[in-house]
Design a protein around this ligand. Structure first.
Ligand code: NAD
Length: 513
């Protein structure tokens, strides 16, 4: 690839950002960041450990306890969040260029992610101004209201698949609600996260509100999870990591939000509009290089259209354009890292023993180096196959036939995951019944995964714990304190005043808890 575009002014090293300053690790340690197209080191990033996390948490705690941010009126915080959105929008091309270079994501998709990051900030900027909390009145007797408060220092731990966008997904609501944060981005892709500091400074976010510590999960991530001054952790990543974090957070009884892995089914009934379903099922697993938590990576197809579906799907998968991530015509770029590439390739080899290979199956032609995987399709995959059960997180899909709605539902639910499901049918009743019965946190009916930001986002089973999205994010990042005021005479069951028997209980008595 001789005419490869390399972004101008790439940094050679990146630091942490603590209390408004860029700093190295306390012990000076760094780790290498690779370019996924050449797998050569292009960047050294500060490798944070417990000492760096301690420093970042102390700064965030100070900003929370003593700074203006948590006490600011919503409109003022909202203005700063809108400025952040404006700046992100105005730099979308540069952000996309850097993100694509660092992660291997196709540039056009990275651009969409940058714009979505801006939209996340804009959305929560609007939401906190519109936010209202409940008041419950008992005429003449009592008034009760909800006093919503930011919680403190939020620990945000993010994966590498859509780095900047996923960071915005946590930063937006955490900051909007008045918390201060320590972000620990994924070690494979730290480049775009380092841009937040400049964006926040320019938008006027007070010092110490945003802190960033780079580093490995088992060092920096682990220290953040175990820090006693971090009362809540929002984590997105693998289910196995989620289990470890859950255990490590347990002694502190921390608030946890977990967005974990997936193996989502796309279920195509014979009456579906096949052209649209095929397009959606191609995009659903090959976009973002297949490194997508909500990927429809198991396609279940009703027997009468199965052969036609497989043939047309495989033909289209072969036409999906693999290429340099920076090329605007590229549809599948390079996987993020050689370790991940090896994992995906090992599943391709496993798949060859478990299913019928109808497209791809290894490196695409013309790409002798770099983390490139040809869009790969296995048909006739049985439900006990590893490629049916396990998250591959690459451009690899398993197709399985079914004969009845009951069988489709059983197959759809037959994994440990439950993040998303896609249903394709023109039978209204069946579509809704299936959508409601499938074990998935989110279902799209005759739709690709287009999301309204107000809706809950989250998985069931091994795919997650809790929901974020819209008001659920506001709930996660705030405490809702109930304040009760007596309006009339205080109602006290009288104890110890006279010899006669206590009064009969009444609903006005103090709560029995
Ligand atoms: P990962 O679990 O390996 O890492 C995620 C983050 O956790 C990284 O920042 C990592 O450094 C950190 N980490 C690792 N070990 C840790 C520990 N012991 N303590 C604290 N932090 C630790 O995940 P990944 O490989 O970066 O991302 C891919 C996974 O993320 C896939 O499983 C994918 O499905 C999932 N994902 C889920 C969603 C969702 O919304 N459900 C979205 C995107 C990605």
């Amino acid at each position: 690839m001789t005419d490869r575009h390399i972004p101008a002014d790439l940094p050679e090293r990146i630091q942490h950002y603590i209390d408004g300053e860029f700093v190295d690790s306390a012990d000076g340690d760094t780790f290498e960041v690779l370019d996924p197209v050449t797998n050569e080191t292009y960047l050294q990033a500060a490798a944070g450990k417990k000492a760096d996390i301690d420093r970042a948490v102390a700064a965030a705690k100070r900003a929370f306890d003593e700074g203006p941010w948590p006490k600011m009126v919503a409109r003022d915080r909202s203005r700063i969040l809108h400025r952040i959105a404006d700046i992100v929008e105005s730099r979308d091309t540069r952000l996309a260029e850097l993100e694509s270079f660092d992660s291997g994501l196709p540039i056009t998709q990275a651009l969409g992610q940058a714009r979505r990051a801006a939209e996340n900030f804009r959305f929560f900027a609007d939401l906190i101004v519109a936010q209202h909390d409940n008041a419950f009145k008992v005429p003449g007797r009592q008034m009760n209201y909800v006093n919503r408060k930011p919680i403190g220092v939020a620990g945000l731990i993010t994966p590498w698949n859509t780095p900047f966008m996923l960071e915005s997904w946590k930063l937006g609501p955490a900051l909007a609600t008045g918390n201060t944060v320590v972000l620990k981005p994924a070690e494979f892709t730290p480049l775009s996260a380092s841009l937040w500091a400049g964006i926040f400074e320019e938008a006027g976010l007070p010092k110490g509100v945003f802190n960033l510590v780079n580093g490995l999960g088992e060092d920096a991530g682990d220290a953040l999870v175990k820090h006693p001054d971090v009362p809540l952790i929002s984590f997105t990543g693998e289910s196995r990591t989620g289990q470890i974090i859950f255990g490590n957070a347990a002694p502190f009884l921390k608030g946890l939000s977990m967005e974990l892995g997936g193996k989502s089914p796309a279920v195509v009934f014979a009456d579906a509009d096949l052209d649209v379903a095929i397009d959606a099922c191609i995009f659903g697993v090959f976009s973002l290089n297949g490194e997508r938590c909500t990927a429809g990576s198991r396609i279940l197809v009703e027997r009468p259209v199965y052969d036609e579906f497989v043939e047309r799907y495989a033909a289209q998968a072969k036409r999906v354009k693999v290429g340099d991530p920076q090329d605007p015509t590229t549809e599948v770029g390079a996987l993020v890292h050689p370790e991940h590439y090896e994992k995906v390739m090992s599943y391709v080899e496993i798949g060859k023993t478990e299913g019928r290979l109808v497209a791809g199956g290894g490196r695409p032609e013309g790409f002798p180096t770099g983390n490139y995987v040809a869009p790969t399709v296995f048909a006739d995959v049985s439900p006990d196959a590893r490629i049916f059960q396990e998250e591959i997180f690459g451009p690899v899909v398993a197709i399985t036939p079914f004969d009845s709605e009951e069988e489709a539902l059983a197959l759809a639910n037959d994994t440990k995951y439950g993040l998303a499901a896609y249903v394709w049918t023109n039978d209204l009743k069946r579509g809704h019944n299936f959508a409601q019965a499938v074990e998935a946190g989110m279902v799209w009916l005759n739709s690709n995964n287009v999301r309204d930001l107000r809706t809950p986002f989250g998985g069931v089973k091994a795919s997650g714990l809790g929901h974020e999205g819209g008001y659920r994010s506001i709930d996660f990042y705030t405490d809702q304190q109930s304040v009760h005021i007596t309006l009339g005479e205080p109602h006290n069951p009288t104890f110890g005043k006279s010899a006669h028997a206590p009064e009969e209980p009444s609903l006005d008595d103090p709560d029995p808890r």
